[in-house]
Every structure is written in C-alpha cells, then in structure tokens.
Design a protein around this ligand. Structure first.
Ligand code: COA
Ligand code: MG
Length: 285
C-alpha cells in the first residue's frame, strides 16, 4: 500500500478517470471531499460505480463518514459487496469506535452473503486522543490492516499551525508508526495538499518512510508515481542490501556473525533489515 489515491465519491468524471489509474489502492471518498448537501448523492454514486472500479491487484477502499455524522451505517450498508477490499473510517477516537464499525461491517457482510472478515479497515488517527490510543485502536478488530495519520485534522484538534517543513508533526507521526508496528499493521501517511509541488510531496513522503510508514494517501493522479518511488526500495538500496546479505551469509558460513561492507560493520540486525528490504523489493516487482 505505497500509494492510496482518493477520488471524490460524488464526481463521476473523476471516477471515470480513476478507472485507468494504478495506485496500489483506490479510495473512493464519501467524507471530506463530499459536501454535506451531497452526502446522499455521493453514496448513491459510489454504490453505482463500485463494480466498475474493481481491478485487481489494485485494491479498492471506500472512506465512509465518521461515526459522529450518523451516516456511517447507511454508507457501509450501501458499499459492502464483492470487490470491496476495505473501508477507511475517519475520526476514530477509541477502540469502541472500531468495535462499532466492525459490527456494522459484519452485518453488511451477512446481508450480502459474503464471508465474514473479508472487508478490511483502515482507521484515521487524527485527534490527540486517538494518537494516545492508537495501538489499542489497531488491535480492536482483526479487520484493521493499517492506520492513517491525518495531519490537518490533528492540527485542528491541537490548535497547531502547520509549517512547511512539518517539524511540529514529527512526534505524532512517529508515535503512530510505532503504535502501528506494535499492533502489526501498516502505518499510512495522510495527504499532501499542494498537488502541483512534487518536491514537497517527495520531501513529506521521505520523512514518512524514514519513520516507518509504508505508504501515503494521495489526492491527485500525478502523485501516484512519486509515492510509489519513495515507498519502494531504490535500486541503490537493493544493491547495497544484496552486498550486505551476501557478505553476512559468507561470514556466518565461516563461523562469525559480523562482516564488513564498504568499511562498515554489518551484524545480525543490519543483515536482517537488508533481507527484509530485498523481500519488499521482490514483492513489489
Ligand atoms: N482522482 C481521479 N481523477 C482526478 C483526481 C483524483 N483524485 N484529481 C484530478 N483528477 C483528474 C481531473 O479530473 C483531470 O481530468 P481530465 O484530464 O480528464 O480533465 C485530471 O485528473 C487533471 O486534474 P487537474 O486539472 O490537474 O486537477 P483538478 O483541478 O481537476 O483537481 C483537485 C484538483 C485537488 C480538486 C482534485 O485533484 C481532487 O478533487 N482530488 C481529490 C480530493 C479528495 O478526495 N480529498 C479528500 C481527501 S483529503
Ligand atoms: Mg481527516
């Protein structure tokens, strides 16, 4: 899940365009990109378009409205069906919110005759409270496969003014990534709004990857390629990892667990990290 592209759910022209795009995940949005007066229409449009948007290996998610809106139950009932990989739930505050959503999804699965548990969940962690409970939130349902960090809503909740370099968000981003790892789910970064500014997107994505994020939500088709590039191991990284693994395995065969690569010591965790990177690169090919 390197690239998760939002498409506003009430805009058929963008849905049409999205058919031909190849982010790792397509996310049809019913929440913030659909104005209040369009919520019913957006739900109906997404329901109608969903079957046409199924194109594996691209995954298909819908971001529903938050539990506080009173719209979530009807959103979920309308969209759960064959071909839907999961639901993204905004403004989650507690494990109880996840339990509630899990129950709604389970009823929809039963109503549609789908195997239980097939529809996955990606909650948005975008309040102070949810950052502090992120691990429990991720563990509250086996459906949760990732957690998204929503920077704008988090800043709103905290009364933080965002800066260009985003240093005020390094701590919550880091906490979310650690909580996600502890719960065994993917950490996913929220959107970069300035969609014509590729360098800004690259910078923010690099910061996220360095902190352990697996991918990033996106708002514009032009952001897909840069995100896929940043969240995949580079050719240089793959080459270095190959050298590390080879040197380490050779050392172990000789009865030692340290090797030297380009003047640097390589020991067990470094070699394991290199092996994981090679596995990730291979899985993305
Ligand atoms: N999904 C699918 N297609 C999209 C798209 C998206 N997210 N964003 C833009 N496009 C399409 C446009 O419709 C346009 O199509 P066309 O060439 O057939 O006319 C093409 O890509 C180029 O778009 P562009 O003109 O550069 O941008 P725009 O001014 O039309 O749209 C935004 C800019 C920000 C309004 C738009 O990208 C958008 O709505 N993004 C999603 C917002 C969202 O979902 N937010 C919720 C999460 S925070
Ligand atoms: Mg949000």
């Amino acid at each position: 899940m390197r690239s998760l592209l939002f498409v506003p759910g009430n805009q058929p022209s963008k849905l049409e365009k999205a058919k031909g795009l190849s982010p790792d995940v397509l996310v049809l949005d019913l929440e913030d990109s659909v104005p209040p007066a369009e919520k019913e229409k957006g739900r109906a449009v997404v329901q109608e378009w969903l079957p046409a948007m199924v194109a594996p290996p691209r995954r298909l998610f819908v971001r529903v409205n938050p539990l506080s809106s009173g719209l979530t139950e009807a959103d979920i009932a309308a969209i759960v069906g064959p071909g839907l990989d999961g639901i993204s739930l905004p403004k989650v505050n507690s494990p109880a919110d996840i339990a509630k959503a899990d129950g709604l999804i389970a009823s929809a699965e039963r109503a549609r005759g789908l195997a239980p548990g097939g529809v996955k969940l990606i909650p948005w962690i975008e309040t102070a409270r949810s950052i502090l409970h992120a691990e429990e939130i991720a563990r509250a349902s086996a459906r949760v496969i990732g957690m998204a960090f929503g920077a704008d809503d988090f800043a709103l909740d905290m009364g933080i003014v965002r800066s260009e370099d985003g240093r005020e968000l390094l701590l919550p981003r880091g906490l979310l990534a650690i909580a996600a790892r502890a719960a065994g789910v993917a950490a996913l970064d929220g959107v970069y709004a300035n969609f014509k500014h590729e360098d800004g997107l690259l910078g923010e994505a690099r910061i996220a990857r360095q902190r352990g994020f697996a991918g990033k939500f996106l708002i514009h088709p032009a952001q897909v390629k840069p995100a896929n590039r940043i969240f995949a191991p580079s050719a240089q990284e793959v080459e270095r990892a190959g050298k590390i693994v080879a040197a380490f395995d050779e050392a172990v065969a000789k009865g030692v667990a340290v090797a030297v690569v380009d003047g640097e010591m390589v020991d067990t965790p470094v070699a394991e990290q290199a092996r994981k990177l090679l596995e990730l690169a291979e899985s993305l090919e």
